[in-house]
Write a protein that binds this ligand. Structure first.
Ligand code: SF4
Ligand code: SF4
Length: 328
């Protein structure tokens, strides 16, 4: 993104009426934009002091040196690092230009961040190839010192041929989640938090979602690419296009845009199965990019059965624990 576009982007963001703005700098690899670009971000945020800016950068950490670590620490950026579990599993699919696995380089960057007091969370992608290695992946991340872990089920939306090789089935995802829960219980370390477990446990306890992924708020997010084109979310690809920040100059302009309004209405249509589901207020029919329509029905979350199955599994585990306590 050019500096001129970045400046335009901040004019656009500043038009948002709400005070708190959460900006996620995502790539490809966002650090390729360079330190001057990120310094400009901070400079522009200072031009709009009425806003409360919260910045997240999702990186593979390979480029992180002391300069980056110092910058993120000084400017209070949250950092998320993509690590796919253990060194062996990560290196299987995440390779550099020479074909060599990147795990060591990633961990060098992570350790640099830690030396500046930043403890990045990690997002671990689970594919059909890695799903059978739940324990190894979980313990790999724990042993590498990660305390905040999120697992993303890989569901290919762009190409069925890649999806066949990597996309997880509903059943595989459920088996994986249960395995991770059991390993987490065995670990017995409350400082290690796994998003998928945390959010379901919090919901069972308080009936409210503690994580925005589960709040059904896709319409409050939008993605802006390097040339200023605005889309609903990078996970949804570029099929639904709202316009460019040069023509849609304000967030109000976006919220009255007919394509946006049509999309917003379409994502809240519930599949008949969701209408009577007791997980509706946690799940909201799942991530919009992970929905599929069969037989002309409204689209349904592809991991619906694993969400229901995991909920039932946790409920029965909690009931068992309560009973055991009662017998003590
Ligand atoms: S668990 Fe399934 S039925 Fe329930 S809200 Fe989610 S997608 Fe719909
Ligand atoms: S489509 Fe999925 S990833 Fe994108 S904002 Fe909605 S829930 Fe989040």
């Amino acid at each position: 993104m050019s500096i001129e576009k970045l400046e335009r982007l901040f004019v656009f963001l500043n038009s948002q009426p709400q005070k708190k703005l959460h900006v996620n700098w995502h790539g490809g690899e966002p650090l390729l934009a360079g330190k001057d670009f990120f310094n400009k971000i901070v400079e522009l945020e200072k031009l709009y002091p009425d806003k409360l800016w919260s910045n997240v950068v999702q990186t593979n950490a390979i480029l992180i040196d002391s300069g980056w670590a110092k910058f993120f620490s000084k400017n209070h950026f949250h950092v998320g690092v993509s690590v796919d579990g253990s060194e062996k599993i990560h290196n299987h699919d995440r390779v550099g230009a020479t074909g060599k696995g990147t795990y060591q380089k990633v961990m060098r960057g992570v350790n640099m961040l830690r030396s500046y007091g930043i403890h990045p969370g990690t997002i671990c992608t689970v594919t059909k190839k890695s799903v059978g290695f739940g324990k190894e992946m979980f313990l790999g991340l724990v042993n590498a010192g990660f305390k905040s872990i999120a697992f993303n089920a890989f569901h290919n939306t762009a190409s069925e041929s890649i999806g066949d090789l990597y996309g997880l089935s509903d059943k595989e995802w459920l088996t994986f989640l249960i395995e991770i829960f059991e390993e987490w219980v065995t670990l017995n370390d409350p400082t290690v938090r796994v998003r998928e477990l945390d959010s379901m446990l919090a919901w069972i306890k308080s009936k409210s979602a503690n994580c925005r992924v589960y709040r059904g708020t896709c319409h409050q997010w939008f993605a802006v690419d390097d040339i200023g084109d605005i889309y609903p979310c990078e996970r949804l690809g570029k099929e639904i296009y709202f316009g460019n920040i040069d023509s849609i100059k304000t967030v109000e302009g976006l919220s009255t845009n007919p394509v946006y309004l049509k999309w917003k209405d379409s994502i809240v249509i519930l599949h008949p199965k969701c209408q009577s589901c007791n997980l509706q207020s946690l799940c909201h029919n799942g991530c919009v990019s992970h929905r599929k329509s069969d037989n002309g029905d409204a689209p349904l979350y592809v991991y619906c059965e694993s969400r229901l199955g995991f909920y039932n599994y946790l409920q029965s585990k909690l009931t068992e624990t309560e009973k055991e306590k009662g017998h003590e």
